[in-house]
Write a protein that binds this ligand. Sequence first.
Ligand code: PHE
Ligand code: ZN
Length: 876
Amino acid sequence: MRTDTPPPVRLVDYRPYPFALDHVNLEFFLEPSKTRVRNKMTGRRVFGEHALMNLHGENLKLISIALNGHILPENQYEQTDEGLNIHMPAGEFCLEIETEISPEENTQLSGLYMSGGRFCTQCEAEGFRRITFYPDRPDVLAPFDVRMEANKEKYPYLLSNGNPGKSGDIGTDRHYAEWSDPHPKPSYLFALVAGDFDVYTDSFTTMSGKETPLAIYVDKGDYDRCAYAMDSLKRSMSWDEDVFGREYDLDVFNIVAVRDFNFGAMENKGLNIFNAAYVLADGKTATDADFEAIESIVAHEYFHNWTGNRITCRDWFQLCLKEGLTVYRDQEFSADMRSRAVTRIKDVIRLRARQFSEDGGPLAHSVRPDEYARIDNLYTATVYEKGAELIRMLRTLIGDTAFFAGLNRYFDTYDGQAATIEDFLNSFQLSTSENIKEFANWYSQSGTPVVTASGVYDSIARTYTLTVGQRTEPTPGQPDKLALPIPLRTALFSNKGRRLSTKLNGEINDEHLVVLRDFEQVFVFTDVSSAPIHSLNRGFSAPIKLKDGLNDANRSTLAAADNDPFAQWEGLQTLARGLLIDLASNEDGSMNDRIHAFVDAIDEAFTAAIDDPAFASLILRLPSVGELIQDQNASDPSKFHAARLTLKRAIARHIENSLVATIQNQETGPFDPSASAAGRRALKATAIDLLSSLQNEHAQRISDNFHSATTMTEILASMNALGNIEGGGAEGELFDNALTVFEEKWKDSALVMDKWYSVQAMSVRSDLRARLQRLCARTDFDLKNPNRVRAVAAAFAMNNPVAFHAPDGWGYEFLTDIILKVDGLNPALSARLATAFENWRRFSSDRQIHAEKQLRRLDDANLSKNAQDIITRALA
Ligand code: PHE
Ligand code: ZN
């Protein structure tokens, strides 16, 4: 255990900055090895007579400081590990600082770095301090003017935030460009890009009639893969006007795609920078999941312009203020663009896979935590995904009218400011008669509430008494939990599956909002005409785990009868979850009756859904191993995997003909990225996956499909399926043949090759370990490229539970080896990979011994602060 852990940053320690900046002027002399940065800040002291001015700085070479036009003598400032402290006079100041940095040596991808021979920046959360000395905190806002100078031939495009200004040549081989951003912004939204690109342009006329040029800058040769991102951008701009009344506010909007990026994308004002994986797509190289991700991430970053940029965060504890709200907005956008039910189901799958597991382990933290060790590690599923669920719940609790009134009040009141969750919630409190005081506890309490329900019918009084309780397990630092307000959309069905119109709180309806506020509460429905079956948390109205007390027969009835597709899907998932957990501990064949009943229920729902293939494919989906182990102890993932395989086989056998027919349905005509065409391909992919559970019976058919398929979705589904057919004979060759063909075709396209890596990292074949070793030894396995590292390491650790949790510990060792190699280059990435260990204590004791051994190895390795933070918490 390391002892030099720095103290955490705490919310209670927040203090406003004693200085205000009126203007920032930046000049860049761009060279890969030595870039000069001149930073001129004008401003004034706002309070505190003697306060030092703290400027953050990291990895900077200080060249000079001048205050009010004079070189600052050395006794008027001090340089520390964190930056500079300057003794400032009262009143106004003009501070000029010149520094030197080396973008080419920056492998952390934070600050100014090179990617594919181009300059680019990433400043959130604390990257700006790696560019110049500055109050690098989100509550210091200023308008920025930027001037860049660079070699003209190598870097013909010079971009920054805001509106373009003057540009021109300097001598024969250099040029410059100026940009000016009138909207005051914090440093984390600063961006700069310089390089050569293909430029895909279009324009959008905003609601007030302003024509705004749009451009997407991509690697040379990628021009033809920009259309979908551009289309998504235009739809996002128009949707934000229609639904939230928000108009774009600069003369231009630019997106740049870069190859090396730690996250999905970044919302820098007027200049969004994207991981190329979330920009580039065409019918040949991208899967439907890629198209969907592009649409939602383009929207997400664009929506940040209002929720994040115009109104930003006072400090990083408020991160969910922009992220939770913006995820909520992008989810609503996707729901409007595609199928609302299918979108909701996918959001819930993701929440369960990523956030519930985080909330149930040693890394659990609240949506707005009150302390953190490393800010980079706060970009979590809890802040993002649970943060979005809180917004959705708030809307459910106060209703649409108050929700939009509150949101408009928030935009009006805090525009141009750095706000807090209290500011946000207060805007809603002023717009509703509902008391939302207790709702705020959702932001401070971590852990996923478990809600239990049971009901009693009184046939004489015609009442149904529903008793609902909540309980949240302790999480790190929070032993005692409060009762939270939990909105449960609730309907009652007759045992024939008819939705009953009933009365609750004086209101007659066939669906009610039951709000559980205490640890236990009783709700009495009246006018209940027959003994009902309750359906709770419809639409996943609250991010909870539900123990609804129903039996399998009741659930099957609901699944067959419910007209709400989410509730129907959820009913079947709950059935499947119970069955799989029992199957994993009963291998004696005693469960055949339950399996048959389940398969019948699936078949019925599947047949009914056949006109909506996207939904039908979700009906056929079984809960993942990761989801199944969440509430288990001492678990053996291979047993859950085996249980899934048993159930998949039963389903596949039962509807085999229909699955085969689905596969044979060939696509004709040009590629169509629409949700409905994607739905048909999703069903095909699911059919391929299910048939592969019958092992070599359909291997040849799947291989043929691989060779004849025209879309990446199908090609990948076929490769995945072949990779999951165990055995070294003909089937093994089919997989390897497919890989060879694929590699030959796509070896020059990095994004497509990432898929080739992932397919192998996710395969469950016995040769996996050697295969991974071979992959990591390839020259194109570039540890500096996060997409490539994730394609192997994250795909393996997060999506291949059987191999990652191999009983002899090789999976843990393999991941640890990669973390150790990556950490010196890119701490944000190594820390992210290390979170794969988060639930190590849930596994069987032999696995725990191996996992702990690797965690200790990491703990002893003197890793980056980011990785160390994760390891320390995982081991605590
Ligand atoms: N703010 C970005 C987003 O959510 C995510 C991000 C965080 C990107 C930190 C890079 C670094 O859209
Ligand atoms: Zn975001």
